[in-house]
Write a protein that binds this ligand. Structure first.
Ligand SMILES: [Zn+2]
Length: 143
């Protein structure tokens, strides 16, 4: 019987990976290379983060990757004192939305940022982060 090969690269993402199989598994390889990537529809130009393989507007899958680079502005954030199952050891942490102009990125603020230094509107960059477990994610770092 032939061995079935499963592309489950996404299991390496995040404190708790909620899915191991996706159409955008290259995202994890790109994180391993130090790049945080989104996707852009080649037909209509819509940009997606988290990356999507399919465009809801065109109903096609004609995507290209783009790197989340440069600085974004912190739109909003929330400090979590209570975490979902699996995230308890990460507490406290802050989830945030960063505006890059043409697209927005949802993620976490870097854990070493004191509360009093977090200001809506501040400039941040998105960087790859390796968790103590060896899992990969990305965080927003103040610039
Ligand atoms: Zn499109």
């Amino acid at each position: 019987m032939a061995e079935r090969k499963v592309d489950d690269r996404f299991k390496k993402f995040g404190t708790v990976s909620f899915t191991s199989i996706s159409k955008v598994n290259d995202f994890v390889d790109q994180l391993e290379q130090g790049k945080v990537m989104g996707t852009k529809c080649k037909d209509c130009g819509l940009t997606f983060f988290p990356p999507r393989a399919d465009c809801y507007k065109c109903l096609k899958s004609n995507m290209e990757w783009f790197e989340v680079t440069g600085h974004g502005k912190l739109l909003t954030y929330s400090r979590l004192e209570y975490g979902p199952v699996g995230f308890e050891k990460d507490l406290p942490y802050a989830i945030a939305v960063v505006d890059y102009g043409g697209y927005k990125v949802f993620g976490r603020l870097a854990g070493d940022l004191p509360d009093e230094e977090i200001k809506v509107g501040m400039e941040v960059k998105t960087i790859v982060n390796k968790l103590p477990s060896g899992q990969l994610n990305y965080v927003f770092q103040k610039v």
